[in-house]
Design a protein around this ligand. Sequence first.
Ligand code: AMP
Ligand code: FES
Ligand code: ZN
Length: 310
Amino acid sequence: MKCTTCKAQAVVALPSHTAGFCEHCFLAFFTRQVEKGIRRAKLFTFEDKILVALSGGKDSLALMLILHELGYNVTGLHIDLAIPGSSAQARAIVEAFCSRHGLNLIVRDMAEEGLAIPDVKKRLRRPVCSACGKIKRYFFNKAALDGGYTVLATGHNLDDEIARLFSNILRWDISYLSDQGPYLPASGGFAAKVKPLYRLSEFETANYAFLKGIDWHWAPCPYSPGATFTYYKKLWANLEEEMPGRKLDFYLGFLKNGRTAFSREEDLSGAPLVPCKVCGYPTSSIVCGVCRIREAMSQSEESGKAELDF
Ligand code: AMP
Ligand code: FES
Ligand code: ZN
């Protein structure tokens, strides 16, 4: 196969774009897609202070590198979850990546916070994944607030977005369908949230990371194998193979025509945000979710596993 752009030998075939590219032209294609995504969804500008959440996986590291190369003002944020056999390696990879490319990095260590995920799992009766998600979001938002960042970027790619959209549609979850997308505006003191890789598939980001020599961490979380989303991704991979381009059309079509059909005039999300009584973080209840996790963990130290509604 020849490169669609320059006719050299192609190294990456992209049936969904009816194209194939040599290394140089693939990297140019990838860059154009990220730039187009930023421009079309008005994600941020060169004036923004962007905090990029780095898990150590290929997507977030690829995102950090490309935004840096495009000249955006980026700082990395890694949450060390203290999961044995996984977190230490992820953290080392993120630290090595940032020092190799001369990038600023903030690390928040959950063991130091008393919130090591294995301890949370041991002490709470609820599934650990929802507590873990809440803890990560809390520290993402808190680091953005504390550091004066205007935008928080994550490495979600097109396949992640499709799996989430599909799952929301299967449940007809109107509240999620009305604001799913690559851009969530700043509100209640929280930075805007963006997903600049929304036009790129997992295959494309993996190729980009590989061609750029990124060393990434791959180990599924021992507590959340993500079975449902993995199943949806497989389903969509089959569809894409039969009908190349369907994933991107489906997602962009949703952003253009579908999402507006679910948007609501009034905000049904309920109570206004107030500072958490314990830590000051914006919350709709008196004490924020993470402070309630901490409270429940200390109670369970005395009386076994704690029930927790957060
Ligand atoms: P996941 O939900 O694990 O697929 O992660 C989605 C995105 O969330 C990643 O691309 C990162 O941007 C961010 N993320 C996940 N885990 C962490 C972490 N431990 N530290 C910083 N960012 C993370
Ligand atoms: Fe949070 Fe696995 S990464 S429970
Ligand atoms: Zn709090």
